[in-house]
Design a protein around this ligand. Structure first.
Ligand SMILES: Nc1ncnc2c1ncn2[C@@H]1O[C@H](COP(=O)(O)OP(=O)(O)OP(=O)(O)O)[C@@H](O)[C@H]1O
Length: 649
């Protein structure tokens, strides 16, 4: 049998000499942990070591002609996993001081292989619910206890990635996972009440490197790709829209972007965590893109002058700088007052570079303009429209996109994603349809005047022209020559966001504005804790916490004999749960090998018939999975090739 061309394209099976079947060393749970545009992710168990992992099944049909994307993801995850191991084993001086170590929060890759239908990556297993679920189910996160430490952790991650020359290009809540705490098989979320900050910050894991890039000399064109997720893309990515149809002259006139696209996306994510809605989303993509280009984002006026939010707004401003050369790096942002307490020795080196860099020295100084407050001309919103608009917004948030010739998920995947969204929408709608409360009554009687006087929303509006820019990130000079962080002042320009197209956003925002009033009290009480200094744990406390609170563990490298290492094999058997006694420990490998029916992602999706114990990690009892090597694997043939991802290349 000839090998499918794609297998060679992806570079995993180049050494295959014949099509000897090889048994898969993993079994999976039937129900997926999650899915994306390109993949389905399932919990799996290595039947040799009985360790649990996440299995990302990327259907070959979905990525036809785009295998280089998977290749990129694979090589980057592999490279980063090696770096993590290296850093842990060699250690570094930073390890003892900062609360978060960036490399502790990157999804680790352990194994990879191919089946007829899929390319498969085996990574560390995380919680089923990602950060997006957490934000949505809580409406928003607590500024002091959650948003700050989460931001600090993510800044560490970006600093690590960027120092490795890697740009992620798809930073968003859906791609932030939570580490499963190995000791307890549960997250540390239960331990948060008596702590200065939510310890789940130590569990954050950045995943989905599907759009990530190594920024070397070969990536010139890649750094002009129009990729990312609509709500999170930066102005420089927006400028690449339609690049596939441009002339070479037009393409040349577009500047390459760089790692700062991740900083913009982080700003969106930090804002989303704190507010529960995203800053630039409008009803249509065109409007959203325009708002991104103009750095025109919502601010909640009731929070603008709230001292608790002062550093937050300033941090957001630092991320939402249109000019990527002026936008601060992850390393520099470690010294931002919003998160600096988590970093004992922030580096200001880059600020010095920023000031002296010839490439930015000529930039005009930004003027602080007093701008006009914008009023959103809200009419009494039709409730039904509000719901359906909200759905549109959520759906658009879930989708990453790629260069113009988009990859379309097969119907089965699309359906599964839609189901997930439906659940999320249901959750949101149920929150919105509460029995009448003061908040709802308020919403229903709202009009432009009420909004402007009580809980109005402003749009932070800045001009494309730097000379006339209202963005207050800049600027003056600090006595030591560094660029100081200036206090946030709300812009008061006329907005580009008047009228019905933004209704859903405003409505959603209004809901958030009202609930913020109760949150303020929580935040105040958090800051009055005797453990806190100025509302924040002291550096000493944080350093101590670092010793005790980190949930990172360096997983032992699985023994080579238990890995697939890039072989071509049968599709792993799918079980409703790992407590199910295998049909027979012997049959696991043998029966499948004779079967002509190889399940695909499509069948995986429809195989949801047994929900018992699914998602309950505590129920996993690997000992109950009685399968010994001798009973099941003595007869399995060795592959003809061994592509150990530690050794190859
Ligand atoms: N290691 C993991 N542990 C647990 N769940 C995971 C893991 N990796 C991914 N998931 C879940 O699967 C979903 C899809 O995974 P992932 O984002 O990697 O796929 P994708 O196809 O690249 O997505 P996208 O459409 O965002 O590009 C995630 O949102 C998450 O809920």
């Amino acid at each position: 049998m000839a090998w499918p061309r794609e297998l060679n394209e992806v570079g995993l099976s180049n050494n295959i000499q014949d099509n000897e079947d090889f048994k898969c060393k993993y079994i999976t749970r039937s129900d997926p942990l999650g899915d994306g545009n390109f993949s389905v992710v399932k919990e799996c168990m290595n039947i040799h070591t009985k360790e649990l992992y996440a299995m990302k099944l990327i259907h070959k049909d979905v990525i036809k002609g785009k295998l280089q994307l998977i290749q990129r993801e694979f090589h980057l995850l592999k490279y980063l996993s090696q770096q993590i191991r290296f850093l842990e084993q060699t250690g570094s001086s930073n390890d003892v001081v900062d609360t978060f170590q960036g490399h502790h929060h990157i999804l680790q890759l352990f194994d990879y292989f191919e089946t007829t239908a899929n390319i498969v990556l085996i990574t560390q297993l995380c919680h089923k619910d990602d950060l997006y679920e957490k934000i949505i189910s809580n409406e928003h996160l607590n500024l002091i206890k959650q948003v700050k430490p989460y931001t600090a952790c993510l800044i560490s991650v970006l600093d690590f990635l960027h120092s490795q020359g890697v740009v992620h290009r798809d930073i968003k809540a859906e791609n932030i996972l939570f580490r499963l705490n190995k000791n307890t098989a549960t997250s540390t979320s239960t331990t948060t009440e008596n702590n200065e900050y939510d310890l789940t910050a130590h569990d954050l894991i950045l995943g989905d490197f599907g759009l990530a890039l190594e920024m070397n000399n070969d990536t010139g064109m890649a750094l002009k790709e129009y990729v990312g997720t609509m709500s999170y893309i930066s102005p420089e990515i927006v400028k690449c829209k339609g690049i596939g149809l441009m002339t070479s002259q037009e393409i040349n006139s577009i500047s390459q972007y760089d790692s700062k696209v991740d900083i913009w996306a982080l700003g969106v994510l930090v804002y989303f965590m704190a507010m529960g809605y995203t800053p630039f989303d409008c009803e249509t993509d065109e409007e959203t893109l325009e708002c991104i280009l103009n750095c025109d984002y919502y601010i909640d006026e009731s929070l603008v002058n709230d001292p608790i939010y002062k550093d937050f707004w300033n941090f957001i401003q630092c991320c939402f700088v249109k000019d990527n050369l002026r936008r601060r790096s992850a390393r520099t942002l470690k010294s931002h007052p919003f998160i600096q307490e988590f970093f004992i020795s922030p580096s200001l080196q880059e600020d010095i570079n920023l000031v002296t860099s010839p490439s930015v020295a000529h930039l005009p100084k930004l003027k602080k303009n007093k701008s006009l407050t914008s009023l959103h001309n809200l009419k009494k919103p039709p409730i039904r429209r509000q719901s359906s608009s909200l759905i549109t917004r959520i759906e658009s948030k879930k989708q990453s996109f790629n260069i113009p010739d988009l990859i379309t998920p097969p119907p089965s995947m699309a359906k599964s994603s839609t189901n997930l969204m439906k659940q999320q929408n249901h959750l949101l709608q149920s929150q919105m349809w509460h029995p009448p409360s003061s908040a709802n009554l308020y919403i229903q009687s709202s009009n432009a005047n009420v909004l402007s006087s009580n809980s109005s929303m402003s749009s932070m509006h800045t001009n494309n022209n730097n000379n006339n820019n209202n963005n207050n990130n800049t600027i003056g000079h600090h006595p030591n020559g560094l660029t100081p962080l200036t206090p946030f002042t709300p812009a008061t320009n006329n907005t580009t966001r008047d009228g019905p197209p933004n209704l859903a956003k405003i409505r959603d925002t209004l809901r958030r504005t009202i609930s913020m009033t109760s949150i303020k009290t929580q935040d105040t009480s958090a800051t009055s804790s005797t453990n806190l200094t100025n509302g924040f744990p002291s550096s000493d406390q944080l350093t101590r916490n670092n010793q005790t609170n980190s949930t990172f563990f360096l997983d032992p490298q699985p023994p080579k004999g238990s890995l697939m290492n890039g072989v071509f094999c049968e599709t792993p058997e799918s079980l409703s749960n790992f407590n199910t006694t295998p049909r027979s420990s012997l049959s696991l490998s043998r029966q499948n090998s004779q079967s002509n029916e190889i399940p695909t992602v499509n069948s995986i999706h429809s195989n949801n018939n047994n929900h018992s114990n699914i998602n309950n990690h505590n129920n996993i009892n690997s000992n109950s999975y009685v399968l010994s090597r001798s009973s099941s694997y003595t007869n399995v043939k060795k592959p003809y090739f061994e592509l150990n991802f530690e050794d190859d290349e």
